[in-house]
Every structure is written in C-alpha cells, then in structure tokens.
Design a protein around this ligand. Structure first.
Ligand SMILES: [Zn+2]
Length: 372
C-alpha cells in the first residue's frame, strides 16, 4: 500500500489518530427498498507530523449527499458573522466578492450583496473571498488553498470558516470524521497552511455553531506591515490550540475511546426506552448520524424511523442499517415519547416547528449527550 502523503505539505510522516473501521459512505442514502448490504470503506483520521493538519486518510467514496434544507442555526450564524466582519471593517464598500461554498449549501453572497459587495465573475480576482465550510471538501488541500490565494486582489481578504479541531477534541465529536470531509483544522495548522500559500492570518471570530466554529481573516503576506500580524483574538485561539496539544497524537486518545462509550450509551438508552414501552424516533438524517447508528448497531426495531424535513431524503433509508427516513408528517402520526435529535444545532428550530411533540408529553433528546 502506498504510504499516505499529507494533503497539504506532502510529508509522509504522520499517523492514524482516529479509526472508525469500515463505514458506509455517510452521504450515500440508499432507497428504502434497497435491501443492502451497503458498501463500506475505511474511515480514518491521519495527523501530519510535519504541518499538523488532521485529515481524512483515504476516500474511495463518491459524494452523493442529497442537499438538505439549510438549518436556521446556519442561516442566523451567517448573518451574525457578516455583521461582525463588517463591524470590524473587513468588507470594503463596493468590493468584489468570490465565494467557495460548501456542497451542503449555505451561501453568504446575498448577505454580502446587502453590504454593497459585488459578485466576481468566474475565476476573476476578488477583494473578499469567502469560504464557509468549503475548503474541507477539497482532497488536495494545498492546491485548493493556492487557488483561493491566487484569486485574492491586492489588499484582499480571505475569510475562512471551519469547525475547529479543538471543538471536536474537547466535545468528543468523533463522528465529525466523515468521508468527503478531507481536513479538520486546528487554527494552528491552518496558520501554517496559509503561510505556505503566501497568506497570513490576521484575526478570527468564534461562534457556537457545531459547538465551536471559527471564522478567520487572512491577507497576503506582502500586504502586511509591521504590527499587522495575528491580533489578540487570533493569538488566544492559537494559545488554546497549543494548550490542547492539537498537533500531538496523544490529544486524540480520548476521541477514540469516546466511540465505543457513545455507541454503547445510545444502544443501551434505546433498548431501555423500548423495554419501558416508550416510542422513540430519530430526527435529522444527517451524515453525522450514520457512523453513530452503525457503531451502536441500531436497527429499526430500536429506532423505527429518522424524521427529516428535506424532500430529497424521503423514500430513502439510513446507510448501513434498515432504518427508513420519514417526513415530518410521521412525527405527528407516531406521537413519540422521545425524539432523538442527531443535529443538536437544530434544537431551537425543531422545538418551535413541532410544538406538538412536547404538547403531547414527548421530549427532545440530544443524541450527542447520551452517556456523557
Ligand atoms: Zn502536512
């Protein structure tokens, strides 16, 4: 087997720090009547010893995820982010903006147009380049960052938003590891990647999205004069990364241990609910639910349906198990005692959207917190 070369610095020195074994592609939702078994692929995170980038080791899968409805949490975070970036004067009036978006949706262009920025033509240089969860989907991290850097107009700013590796480590979010998600950024490793692309990180903002999301602003090295290095906000993120040891394989040990503990807690809880005669359904047919359900060996006897509002996911089933995806109308029809929520950021939104669940005595349960 060819030894993996780092997706950023090309070093072959590194090691596997998280191993989920063989998993179905988390973005391949088979039709409900497809009996399976679904193909499985190794799912492993590798940590580069040279540049410190945590990354997906191999990825033989083809991305196919039906685009879901955009969670309100993501929409409101985008508005908050654009407001904060504008307040800090990183959005030049009349500037040209280019966006490298996520395949899962969520564009900032409308919000930026409302601030007077104009969209760039394809491949045109831009004063502001926005990348909201886009870069992580590039298999070749060095090439993808170089492409963005090359499009920055003189004096331009790259705005990069990512789910912080420190959040994944602190929160035991092992199921952030997914096929199609090639990089898991610490601010420390990202600063190095940016430097290699001729950019320098300047400031950052932190958001509660996904438990801890960072938006970082970077400019060209040459545009930076004395005193224009990382500001205090960015320095404190770098210091927190250093404290956590994000470049040290030892920092990932707990994450590996969390997998079985979390899976067992989920299975035990579902079994207990069933024994007690309580009806449970899932909510959120998200890719992050896939590895969790597979590890916990949950089938439809334990969880008869996962509700999802996305029309694109109706008639499908969860990968690697026989659990069907159902529409919100089934939420009312089934009158569950508990709804197991796989996307915690949706909590406020679903409580408001489906008040009948709690009115009928049911409760929402965050799948991520079971056993923790
Ligand atoms: Zn590397």
């Amino acid at each position: 087997m060819n030894k993996h070369a780092c997706r950023a610095c090309r070093s072959r020195a590194g090691r596997v720090v998280l191993d989920l074994g063989e998993q179905p592609a988390s973005d391949y939702f088979p039709r409900r009547d497809d009996p399976g078994p679904d193909p499985v692929y190794p799912l492993q995170m590798w940590l580069c010893s040279s540049c410190g980038l945590a990354q997906l080791l191999a990825d033989p899968t083809v991305p196919e995820e039906p685009r879901g409805t955009e969670p309100a949490a993501l929409v409101s975070q985008a508005a908050d982010a654009v407001q904060r970036v504008a307040a800090a004067r990183w959005l030049p009036a009349g500037g040209v903006v280019a966006e490298y978006g996520s395949p899962h949706g969520g564009s900032w262009l409308g919000l930026l147009a409302a601030r007077g920025l104009k969209p760039a033509g394809p491949a045109d240089p831009a004063d502001v380049i926005v990348d909201c969860f886009g870069l992580m989907h590039a298999a070749d991290q060095r090439a993808a960052l170089a492409e963005r850097a090359a499009r920055l107009a003189p004096g331009g700013t790259l705005l990069l938003q990512y789910h912080a590796l420190s959040t994944i480590l602190r929160g035991g979010q092992w199921n952030a590891l997914r096929h199609g998600h090639y990089a898991y950024y610490s601010t420390a490793a990202l600063a190095g990647l940016l430097a290699a692309a001729g950019l320098v990180p300047r400031t950052a903002w932190r958001f509660e999205l996904y438990g801890g999301t960072v938006l970082l602003a970077a400019t060209r090295l040459a545009a930076t004069g004395a005193g224009d290095g990382p500001d205090d906000a960015l320095r404190s993120l770098l210091a927190a990364d250093a404290d956590l040891g994000v470049g040290d394989p030892g920092a990932f040990t707990g994450l590996q241990q969390d997998i079985q503990a979390h899976a067992k807690a989920l299975h035990d809880w579902l079994a207990a609910e069933r024994s007690a005669g309580r009806k449970v359904v899932g909510y959120g047919a998200a890719s992050r639910a896939v590895a969790l359900l597979c590890h916990a060996r949950v089938d439809r006897l334990l969880l008869p349906a996962v509700i999802d509002a996305s029309p694109a996911k109706q008639g499908l089933r969860m990968p690697g198990t026989d659990i069907p995806v159902a529409g919100p109308d089934e939420l009312a029809a089934r009158r569950p005692d508990a709804v197991l929520l796989f996307v915690p950021d949706l909590l406020a939104e679903v409580r408001a959207a489906y008040p009948d669940v709690e009115a009928a005595g049911g409760r929402w349960v965050d799948a991520a917190t079971l056993g923790s």
